[in-house]
Design a protein around this ligand. Structure first.
Ligand code: URA
Ligand code: SF4
Length: 318
């Protein structure tokens, strides 16, 4: 008899279900795994409905690491493969993880490609925005996910005409899980309102989806993402832009401008002018709202804010 097991597509849900199945002695051939709708907020789904039996079979730590990485991949067959390996580890072959020639092990290892290989392997093909967001929540494409609180994916409607791209989430964004909701977000909101742009109708995202920082005492100090993180994270931005197909794409600051226009782009010289790119007929760069806050004194801050406003007015006018 075949059992259909529904799980949210997370390692924790799979693990809870697999423990129960193993405990009940259900062999892999009798299990059909089905993913329930990918939730917007995976954190709400981590509570299993029934407490899984604990103890029982002991599996090597190495398997759990592999399983955790494989669970984050996009292939719907991963749950089945994971359970098959777990079953065989427990019932048939304790050395299975070492079996180089075993086809299922080979598949598992390729699913569990290590971090640092970029986000592409986590992007589900043909996904909508909600599905992309849920998949990005499990991304381990570079090392930044290790210390950050959560993935901060873009926010806004899928049919937005204007997309804004910042650099990476800051401290507040990392805690709240949404882009531009800290001090830079306040500057952004004020400027948007002032030029008559409705933030709820635009899509706002970042070039890198995890907060990069160093700890100084209790504070977490922002670090500019490097080329390797930008490259690793780029598939998410590509997927967002391919789906939304904005008419206007706005780079906030030099990092986003370099990601979109290339390394030769000089923000203060080249900002404030529309140019076509493969993502949008009208692509433009302006100051990062944080740059306004970094102005030395009030006069300087007012001047920088004025530049941001000037560019946003241009954008509001198209
Ligand atoms: N700075 C950014 O570039 N993005 C955010 O989301 C917040 C601050
Ligand atoms: Fe994945 Fe981007 Fe986060 Fe790196 S920064 S783990 S590539 S989402």
């Amino acid at each position: 008899m075949t059992r259909t097991v529904e799980i949210a597509p997370t390692f924790e849900d799979w693990q809870a279900a697999a423990r129960t199945l193993l405990h009940d002695g259900v062999p892999p051939a009798e299990v059909r795994w089905r993913e329930t709708a990918r939730a917007e907020q995976p954190s709400l789904l981590t509570e299993p409905s029934a407490p899984p039996p604990r103890g029982g079979a002991r599996v090597p730590r190495q398997f759990l690491d592999l399983a955790r990485n494989a669970a984050a991949a996009a292939d719907p067959a991963r749950w089945q493969i994971l359970y098959e390996v777990l079953w065989r580890l427990v019932h048939e072959d304790h050395e299975l993880l070492e079996a180089e020639g075993d086809p299922t092990m080979r598949r598992l290892k390729s699913l569990a490609k290590r971090e640092g290989e970029g986000a592409a392997q986590f992007v589900p093909p043909g996904a909508g925005l909600a599905e992309l967001r849920a998949a990005a929540a499990r991304c381990t494409g570079c090392e930044l996910y290790r210390h950050a609180t959560q993935t901060v994916f873009g926010r806004g409607p899928a049919d937005a005409r204007i997309v804004f791209v910042g650099e990476q989430p800051g401290d507040q964004e990392d805690r709240k899980g949404a882009p531009f909701v800290g001090p830079a977000g306040d500057v952004f909101d004020r400027a948007m309102t002032e030029v008559g742009l409705d933030r709820t109708r635009v899509y706002v995202t970042n070039a890198v989806k995890h907060f990069k920082f160093v700890e100084k005492g209790k504070r977490r100090i922002h670090q500019t993402p490097g080329m390797s993180e930008l490259t690793a994270c780029r598939p998410w931005l590509e997927a967002e832009l391919a789906l939304i197909k904005p008419g206007v794409l706005v780079c906030l600051g030099a990092t986003a401008a370099h990601a979109v226009f290339g390394a030769d782009f000089r923000l203060m010289k080249d900002r404030g002018r529309f140019a076509p790119t493969r993502w949008a007929d009208k692509t433009i760069a302006t100051l990062h709202p944080s740059a306004v806050l970094r102005g030395e004194d009030e006069t300087q801050q007012a001047r920088l804010y004025g530049i941001l406003l000037e560019d946003l007015r241009l954008i509001a006018g198209v």
